[in-house]
Design a protein around this ligand. Structure first.
Ligand SMILES: C[S@@+](CC[C@H](N)C(=O)[O-])C[C@H]1O[C@@H](n2cnc3c(N)ncnc32)[C@H](O)[C@@H]1O
Length: 180
């Protein structure tokens, strides 16, 4: 988030035709919950466009990129690497160490789709489980980011939105930010 080193989310293993909504939701969740950037592997072009479109309409800053070489990105990342996996150490046990590291250095948060190559487990500074039960990349990313930022992401400001949701007890209200 603002004033701290960048958090990048890498979505591995996107399978065209199978993982489309999940990949989009990884990108939208990364944006909404305080990451600075998502990198989508395996040519997830439509999903990248959807996340860019939401950022254009609801505000940023948030970067979207693609890679054909996700393993290289992990290897060459200048910062620390967290891999979210049901086989990892409990998030509640490692979040303090990750947060302390992130105060100093950028963080790459890796989530999978299908089976994640073992090199990713080996290369990660932390393999982190959000429970050791199988669930989803979207759920694990949301809980992890909220733990990392200790809830501060919920109050962030968005720059240059075209539209702003005004919270309502009932119903929906979306306004031009100049009308707010
Ligand atoms: C549907 S799971 C498939 C995992 C696959 N069976 C494997 O061996 O990697 C897709 C992704 O969700 C995330 N995930 C699922 N359960 C998780 C958990 N309990 N904690 C952290 N991440 C989890 C991981 O990033 C995983 O790569």
């Amino acid at each position: 988030m603002k004033d701290s080193p960048q958090v990048t989310v890498l979505r591995l293993g996107h399978r065209p035709g199978r993982d489309e909504r999940m990949t989009t939701h990884v990108g939208l969740t990364a944006r909404a919950l305080g990451a600075d950037k998502v990198v989508l592997a395996n040519a997830a072009r439509n999903q990248a466009d959807t996340v860019i479109d939401i950022t254009d309409r609801f505000g940023g800053p948030f970067d979207v990129a693609s890679t054909e070489e996700p393993k290289r990105l992990i290897r060459d990342f200048e910062g620390r690497v967290v891999h979210l996996t049901m086989y990892g150490e409990p998030v509640q046990d490692v979040e303090g160490d990750v947060r302390a590291a992130h105060a100093e250095e950028p963080l790459l948060v890796v989530v999978g789709a299908e089976k994640v190559p073992f090199e990713v487990y080996e290369h990660a500074d932390w393999n982190v489980g959000v429970t050791n039960q199988p669930h989803s990349e979207v759920a694990s990313l949301a809980v992890f980011l909220d733990r990392l930022f200790e809830g501060r992401e919920l109050d962030r400001d968005w720059e240059n939105p075209d539209r702003v949701v005004v919270p309502q007890e009932t119903g929906k209200r979306v306004v031009d930010p100049d009308e707010e």
